[in-house]
Design a protein around this ligand. Sequence first.
Ligand code: HEM
Length: 198
Amino acid sequence: MPVLGWFHLDGPSWEVETGRRDGSVSNITEALTNLLPPGSNITQLISGFQQKGLSVKDLVVLSGGHTVGTSHCSAFTSRLYNFTGNGDTDPSLDPNYIARLKIKCPQGDQNTLVEMDPGSFRTFDEDYFTLVNKRRGLFQSDAALLNNNETRAYVISQLSNSSSTFFTDFGVSMVNMGRIGVLTGTAGEIRKVCALVN
Ligand code: HEM
């Protein structure tokens, strides 16, 4: 069961591959250069995932991780106030939702936290795909999933809770994500305690 901070989120579980070799240095800059920006379009998202050995399906499935957690206003505020530099809004975002988000994030507010899946941001559920389909995905990267045939078809296939495959798919894609850049041979070390360098 995934946990965020100290509370349980419900949602799926999956078997994690063990015996991985870890490095001994963590570098925030390195982390940031490996993350795709929230303004990414579908081409950038697909190629960014591909460069890490992840598929188009992994992209749409793992984006469903945005069913939990919060975002700073700064990650999406350009969609509300200044989309193309003319004081306009992002046409791919539901105008009613824009009005609500503007109340939460007044112009210039960078720090307020907004629930990505409002009402159930602490529960891992299938709601994310309903939000994206209603043009209420918070980031351009969420909205972009409607701009490719394969990712759009997946979003639509998850709308009915009874036929949703999201929980199983998420476990498979998390294991795929865990295979990014695995260290081999004598690189790194297998930690005795996972949170600590040996
Ligand atoms: C597809 C590319 C992705 C983009 C562009 C993206 C972007 C973002 C951004 C901008 C935030 C808000 C950060 C903040 O302002 O504090 C965020 C939060 C989050 N993302 Fe993503 N993300 C992506 C993929 C993923 C994946 C693959 C996962 C996990 C499977 C994930 C899980 C989360 C979670 C759980 C949060 C909430 C963190 C919190 O509550 O503090 N995201 N993401």
